[in-house]
Design a binder for this molecule. Structure first.
Ligand code: BG6
Length: 513
């Protein structure tokens, strides 16, 4: 039976009704513990869970990477990281002191089979010391090329959930493969060791509160779903704009690009959440069945459609606010003639009865004017205009704001005060922060807690990952043989002109968030 970690007794962020999940005892093993994700996201998320008393006292973390560090070095580094990145206020030293006692570190080369004997021994010691009951959550946050080897070595070392001592699960960071064929192969290799029920493919967008809220919004209310189809919706725009560039990740980006980094993953998952049918129940199998069906209904572009339905962009240098900002090709680790895209816009159609003929426009880019992720649902206009003198005739819009100002707005027309019938667009707004007044857990908090609890609802399944690769595969194939005239948008702009032209051909235009 698990008891709860106690730290500081006063926690202004804790709302017991809001987070009703608590974790069983468990050891989280992070492969790639000296990397950015561990320090920016994973440890801050685990610390916040401890702070909110979501973790059992039988909890520990073992960091693994090549960097030689002692347990104490690791604890000191993670303390700095949590203080900097936890987003839950100043570090609570009471909570930290309890939490850090469960932090361990093991340096090693995870390509080497011998290392796993050491690992197995260390896992046994920690399980005894911390009372984690043999439950282990492996988190693979290394270079993706190491994933299959790590999983296979874990299997050889008997760390594959078959020992009967506790459970073993594995979280796999994106990118999951680099195309459809490699994703299939990776799935096969991992399945030789772990059962699908033990594999948690993470897409952190699915853990964002506002992405989860799309399901509540659609399926807990009676008034929106009747409109949620081709009869009333003319187009859907999904934007994930970032104001930052590649931020020192040039080497990684050169191998990945925005299509794989953002579209195949986050944007298609969000699109599936918007497009899916209501599941029979809110459980992992039913929810993921419907998302997989939606992803499989996305019509893959024909090669000859790619030029008009998909746009690649790369940011170039600009002078903004008196500062010279580097273009992508000037970033460290980037080739001076790089053909890698930092911006993508694409038009997809969902071939089913609900969505036939409705374009889903997706766009994402680095170094755009602001950080904003939103879904804009453009409804049909009124069938007949009764107010010829009205200046405003733009169709109704529903904006689901994923970040940073999380909420939902409905834009509609209203009569302006005064004589005559002048109309103006007004907005009905729901704002997460002011409505609930509590800190939303980060996506990684939600997802880690779910994996520890064995709930895979917000993780992607093999068929979902393969369907999303299938959707972008033709674009990757065509772009591989395309010579782009990059850079084609300056830092701080809304992307290349071709993205506007893509919509203009359908009589549409991008909303400026
Ligand atoms: C990651 C991508 O998955 O998502 C990054 O690799 C991107 O390139 C990040 O910056 C965006 O996530 P968020 O949560 O900040 O929108």
């Amino acid at each position: 039976m698990s008891t709860l970690v106690t730290g500081s007794e006063v926690n202004p962020f804790l709302d017991p009704l809001r987070f009703d999940k608590r974790a069983p005892e468990c050891l989280v093993v992070i492969f790639g513990a000296s990397g950015d994700l561990t320090k920016r996201k994973l440890l801050p998320a685990l610390y916040n869970l401890a702070r909110d008393r979501r973790l059992s006292t039988g909890f520990a973390v073992l960091g693994i990477s090549r960097t030689p560090l002692s347990d104490d070095d690791f604890r000191a580094r993670m303390k700095d990281a949590v203080a900097q990145f936890s987003e839950s206020g100043p570090l609570d030293t009471g909570v930290w002191e309890g939490f850090e006692q469960g932090l361990y570190y093991l340096p090693g080369n995870f390509a080497d089979g011998e290392f796993y004997k050491l690992l197995a021994a260390r896992l046994g010691e920690i399980a005894t010391a911390r009372g984690t009951s043999g439950n282990v959550l492996f988190y693979l946050s290394t270079q993706p090329s190491f994933y299959p080897a790590i999983v296979e070595r874990l299997g050889e070392a008997g760390l594959d959930g078959k020992s009967g001592q506790g459970w073993q699960r594995v979280i796999i960071e994106k990118p999951f493969g680099e195309d459809l064929a490699s994703a299939r192969e990776l799935n096969q290799r991992i399945h030789r060791v772990f059962d699908e029920s033990e594999i948690y493919r993470i897409d952190h967008y699915l853990g964002k509160e506002t992405v989860q809220n799309i399901l509540a919004f659609r399926f807990a209310n009676g008034i929106f779903e009747p409109l949620w189809n081709r009869r009333y919706i003319r187009q859907v725009q999904i934007t994930a704009a970032e104001s930052i560039g590649v931020e020192g990740r040039g080497v990684f980006y050169e191998e990945v690009g925005a299509l794989r980094d953002m579209v195949q993953t986050h944007l298609l998952q969000v699109m599936a959440t918007v497009a899916m049918e209501p599941p029979a129940r809110f459980d992992a199998a039913s929810t993921r069945d419907e998302k997989a069906k939606a992803l499989r209904s996305i019509r893959p572009l024909r090669h000859d459609e790619v030029a008009t339905r998909a746009v690649a962009g790369q940011y170039g240098p600009a002078r903004l606010g008196g500062r010279d900002l580097a273009g992508y090709r000037q970033e460290a680790g980037v080739k001076p003639d790089s053909q890698i895209e930092t911006y993508v816009a694409a038009t997809f159609f969902v071939d089913n009865w609900r969505w036939a003929g409705v374009p889903f426009y997706l766009r994402t880019g680095k170094h755009l004017p602001k950080r904003v992720t939103e879904i804009a649902i453009h409804f049909a206009s009124a069938p007949h205009s009764l107010f010829p003198e009205a200046a405003e005739t733009a169709p109704n819009l529903m904006i689901l704001r994923i970040q940073p100002e999380e909420g939902i707005s409905l834009k509609f027309h209203s009569k302006q005060p005064g004589s005559g019938m002048q109309l103006r667009a007004v907005s009905m707004d729901f704002n997460y922060g002011s409505s609930f007044g509590v800190r939303s857990p980060s996506a990684y908090e939600t997802l880690l807690l779910d994996a520890i609890n064995g709930d895979a609802t917000l993780y992607t399944r093999q068929d979902m990952v393969e369907a999303s690769w299938a959707a972008v595969q033709p674009v990757m194939e065509v772009w591989k043989n395309t010579r782009f005239r990059f850079p084609n948008y300056p830092v701080g702009s809304w992307g290349p002109a071709e993205a506007d032209e893509m919509l203009a051909r359908n009589g549409h235009q991008w909303r400026t968030p």
